[in-house]
Design a protein around this ligand. Structure first.
Ligand code: GLA
Length: 761
């Protein structure tokens, strides 16, 4: 009997306490207390057994190597998280897990799958609301569940919960991607109360852990220094990572994290989850360590200033939380997420990208048709495949000649480009290259025609001065009319100029002035409705142009998340393209995002050699933003050769498995490699960041190869006038076994040097 088991545990627990304390008075007090408790529970238990205790029901959401198991408790009909971890041989063993009752507090130390507020939950809730009658509590009991098999790999489990007293339903949706070992969770809330109902907390996911220690790795950023990594132990209480920047979801904090259980994990060892929220707005990750050393992780939209009113019958859907469990360290977790991103998370993640030349850093706002066609010639000369016209091509009454005017007026500037975009596209195509264009359609400069004609479309506070950032304001994307306008900006441009083959979508400010004329008395909906408005525009664009490549940019990496990346093929990782900084930035992104999505350009930033810059840009989606016409003959030759090399190896970088071998956070160098799925081709990048006099570096053991295959090692990107920077081993052949057990000497000890090796069976 369930409750008899409980009684037994109280006795066991009680014995342990007596032995520890040796205090006869305390012990007597506890004994009496326990006897009373045992009697109470036993009689209650007998009552239940007469009426028939329902059995617990287990719901397993499984991937190839992971199980997430929920339990519908026969005792109270509520849904609990029973297990999350490596796949169990038999989930029925979970019915044997005993529940230890507490002396104080809730009756049992179980983990509510989606904890509510107001009844028996004593810690942070996943959901909180107020009913029409003012009752501030919610109780959720299991009603039913169904399993929707989308295909051989993807299954969605929908678990319906309901308040027994109020017409409120909450559905937990858990989507399992079996081969990728990734789980996606989101929640839908719907009610049938007479009047609208207000929700204050509405998490996408709540997960529980019982480990001895918890190590959180977080990623924090600022402009030019994105994705800095920091690991720390969680201590009792709450740790929150969040964003309140509205449109710039990730400028200061990233919604991606690692949570290592028991011990710190490294690349190949340790149990952990890697999780991230797919939401391009305010987010909150909350980690609460309770008095029993249990950890709850609540992820979702930031409830800050965002209470939301839901109309009867209209479901409220949260964004998705995406996570993977790994029992082999962070490396495996990243590879799982990369595979998931390629197949499901990123637009056209399994396809090709176009190496491009941007004109921005060579011209800024000053260009004419001749200047652009010259840059198109350079694009071709370098072997690149697309020319990108960045900022500065639009605005007539308020021409975009600097960053204080023109945004909002998306008409070609006739002084700079008298023959229009059509001419530019034709010129690019005549050279055998494609044409891409920059836009920033969510914004408006006060010096624009749009600002004058539609003041009610702009976010600004009544009775307050307008707060500018980069001389601009945000449009109100919660307003369907503004959504229509933004869609038409893109659609109009692409339909008039069907040769547009690429869009760079920028967003150069965070949201302040948070007041929408359209939302009237529902201002607290703004942060949420803005992002959903943005998604609805992006969704329409995606429906109409399903394979139009788009780069996501927000002053660099101010908006890098899987909510937006469904609609984008790639993102601009940082405005900072100085390669030493860039190694850390790209390293940080590599934990969550595959190399194919990370745009890295060779630019004039920094004082390192062109080779170093090129090698750094190559470990991702490579492009250029540089005055090619100012290059020396040798630099041009080197770059032409590097682009040719890149075209040969890019498939491995884009679609291969990433192994981070030496971290720049641990040594003065960074070494990583990509291996294709057939394990017959790999590429290794080695960077020496710094070194002391007489310092030596250890050999590096490779990973992910086939031990039985023999591989030829060839250094590439060798400077035209220089000797190979790598080891004498270049040109030799070794077995995968040798390379993975003995390893290679890679790279030079000289500071700021790099080498790239092509490894071929
Ligand atoms: C932002 C982007 C840059 C560039 C400029 C143009 O700063 O991050 O890449 O497009 O805008 O104004």
């Amino acid at each position: 009997m369930f409750f008899s088991n409980q009684s037994l545990y109280i006795c066991v627990n009680y014995k342990i306490k007596i032995n520890r304390k040796y205090n006869p008075f305390q012990a007597m007090k506890k004994l009496l207390f326990s006897i009373i408790l045992i009697c109470t529970i036993s009689s209650f238990s007998m009552g239940l057994s007469q009426t028939g205790q329902l059995p617990d029901v287990f719901i397993t959401v499984g991937t190839l190597n992971t199980d997430l198991v929920y339990k519908v408790s026969g005792r109270d009909g509520k849904l609990y998280q029973s297990y999350l971890g490596s796949k169990l041989l038999n989930t029925s063993t979970l019915s044997k897990v005993s529940i230890i009752p507490l002396y104080y507090g809730p009756p049992v130390a179980e983990h509510l799958a989606y904890a509510t507020f107001g009844t028996d939950n004593l810690f942070e809730p996943a959901i909180r609301m107020t009913h029409n009658d003012g009752n501030p509590s919610l109780e959720l009991k299991y009603v039913s569940h169904n399993i929707e098999k989308q295909d051989a790999n993807v299954t969605i489990t929908h678990i319906l919960l309901k308040d027994p007293e109020y017409p409120v339903e909450v559905t937990l949706n858990i989507k399992a991607f079996s081969a990728e070992d990734v789980i996606e969770q989101w929640v839908e809330i719907v009610h049938k109360e007479a009047k609208p109902l207000t929700i204050y907390n509405y998490a996408s996911s709540m997960l529980h852990f019982d480990a001895s220690k918890y190590w959180l790795t977080q990623f924090h950023s600022k402009w030019g220094e994105e994705m800095k990594m920091k690991e720390s132990e969680l201590t009792s209480g709450i740790k929150i990572i969040d964003s309140k920047l509205g449109a710039w979801a990730t400028m200061y904090q990233s919604p991606g994290f690692f949570l290592s259980l028991n011990e710190k994990s490294d690349e190949n060892n340790g149990e952990l989850i890697a999780g991230t929220l797919a939401w391009s707005g305010n987010f909150q990750l909350l980690f609460e360590l309770d008095e029993k050393n249990s950890l709850r992780v609540i992820s979702g939209i930031n409830p800050f200033a965002s209470e939301y009113t839901i109309q009867p019958g209209k479901p409220f859907k949260t964004p998705s939380f995406i996570f993977t469990f790994s029992n082999h360290g962070k490396g495996l977790a990243s590879r799982n997420l990369h595979r998931w991103a390629a197949n499901y998370g990123l637009m056209d993640g399994t396809k090709e990208r176009l190496p491009l030349l941007n004109m921005w850093e060579s011209t800024v706002y000053e260009f004419d048709e001749k200047r652009l066609t010259d840059i198109m010639d350079d694009t071709k000369k370098l072997g690149l495949e697309l020319f990108l016209i960045d900022d500065g091509w639009f605005g007539n009454k308020y021409p975009r000649n600097n960053d204080s005017s023109g945004i909002g007026d998306w008409q070609v500037n006739t002084a700079k480009l008298p023959n229009g975009l059509g001419y530019q596209i034709k010129e690019a195509n005549n050279r055998g290259i494609k044409f891409g264009i920059w836009i920033e359609p969510e914004m408006v400069n006060p010096r624009s025609e749009l600002y004058k004609s539609h003041p009610d479309w702009i976010l600004k506070l009544p009775n307050r001065p307008e707060h500018y950032f980069r001389n601009q304001l945000m449009l109100d994307l919660s307003n369907p009319k503004v959504q229509e306008f933004v869609f038409n900006v893109v659609d109009g441009m692409v339909t008039t100029n069907p040769g547009i083959a690429y869009i760079k979508w920028d967003c150069n400010r965070m949201m302040t002035n948070p007041y929408s004329v359209y939302l009237k008395d529902k201002q607290s909906h703004l942060y949420i409705d803005y992002v959903n408005g943005l998604y609805s525009v992006l969704d329409r664009i995606h429906q109409k142009y399903p394979h139009l490549p788009m780069m996501l940019c927000a002053s660099g990496g101010g908006r890098v998340d899987y909510g937006a990346l469904r609609y984008f093929t790639e993102f601009w990782a940082s405005d900072n393209s100085e390669p030493l900084s860039r190694i850390y930035i790209q390293w940080g992104y590599s934990y969550f995002f595959p190399a194919i999505s990370v745009c890295n350009h060779v630019t004039a930033w920094g004082k390192t050699s062109l080779k170093f810059k090129t090698d750094v840009a190559m470990m991702g989606n490579m492009g250029y933003d540089l005055r090619i016409n100012k290059m020396t003959e040798n630099d041009l030759k080197f770059s032409q050769n590097a682009v040719a090399n890149y075209k040969r190896i890019r498939d491995v970088i884009w679609h291969g498995d990433l192994y981070r071998l030496i971290s720049p956070y641990e040594e003065h160098r960074a070494v990583l490699m990509y291996v294709n799925s057939e394990k017959n081709k790999a590429v290794l990048f080695a960077y020496t960041l710094n070194s002391r006099l007489f310092e030596t570096f250890n050999r590096v053991r490779l990973q992910g190869l086939d031990p039985d295959k023999t591989y030829k090692i060839q250094e590439i990107n060798v400077p035209v006038d220089g000797a190979p920077s790598g080891p004498s081993e270049s040109g030799k052949s070794y077995t995968g076994d040798y390379l993975m057990k003995i390893g290679l000497n890679v790279g030079s000890v000289s500071p700021v040097t790099s080498s790239v090796f092509e490894i071929t069976e």
